[in-house]
Design a protein around this ligand. Sequence first.
Ligand SMILES: NC(=O)c1ccc[n+]([C@@H]2O[C@H](COP(=O)([O-])OP(=O)(O)OC[C@H]3O[C@@H](n4cnc5c(N)ncnc54)[C@H](O)[C@@H]3O)[C@@H](O)[C@H]2O)c1
Length: 268
Amino acid sequence: MKKIAFITGAASGIGAATARLLNSDDHFVYIADIQREAGQALADELGNAAFINVNVRDEADFERALDQVMSEQGRLDVMVNNAAIVGVLGPIATLPVDQYDFSQEIIQRSVVLGTKHAARLMQAQKSGAIVNIASVAGIRAGYSPHVYAACKAAVVQFTESVAIELAEDNVRCNAICPGAVATPIHTGVRDERWLERIEKIREAAVDEQPMPRMAEPSEIAEAVAWLASDRASYVTGHALVVDGGLSAGRLWRQQPQFFREFHPVRGV
Ligand SMILES: NC(=O)c1ccc[n+]([C@@H]2O[C@H](COP(=O)([O-])OP(=O)(O)OC[C@H]3O[C@@H](n4cnc5c(N)ncnc54)[C@H](O)[C@@H]3O)[C@@H](O)[C@H]2O)c1
């Protein structure tokens, strides 16, 4: 049976790759985003998909969009809370609190809203899978600005907490913690200049990660698709790390002098 999926932030990056993959796996996909042109273009290209204008800061948008899904399809099988931004940057002592509020609304509160409105439908139908996109920055310090890190940590904990509540209604709720993925989010631009800018970022990733490259969005989409599928039917309350080893520990060549001298790895 065809499944119905709703993906926030699906006009670009990981969300778009997930939309493509689920669509190729017999899902009707709702591409929920504020980027109308890119979202509509992807829906047109895929067929068996629709763009739906959703600003994840706005609860009324979720309500309206998911009511539309129910009136058009009568069910919701997969909810992917993926939309986010990097958010406010800089030192804590000068953090502008209005920018904190804005960032938190998009990175974290959006996941709460998306989960809330998916849960009301999925609990009623006694089935469904929610996948929240967190980050390695939510489980290890030092990979992102403070507010992004805190919001992603909250997404992980929220996912686990909600999973416990929803389990008895046969609704699963999991998170994914990607490492560095080659998407426009790192480049500060949305036009084709992102492709040039990401090349420089890819070069930096070679020396800084156990697997010496960034991930492609499709590699994260594979993990989303698995958690969303019946193949993961007994998996809930889990935060799946997909980071090429980034969070596993220090790179061997970055070991402190003490370890290099007394417990050498690879004989350095
Ligand atoms: N790229 C990485 O290295 C990386 C690493 C870890 C986690 N993530 C997470 O993956 C998710 C997807 O990011 P990406 O890298 O694909 O970035 P991206 O910038 O390519 O995609 C983000 C999408 O979210 C949409 N969006 C932003 N604000 C929105 C709003 N208010 N309402 C609706 N849509 C909105 C954008 O229009 C865009 O289409 C995010 O949650 C991000 O934090 C990314």
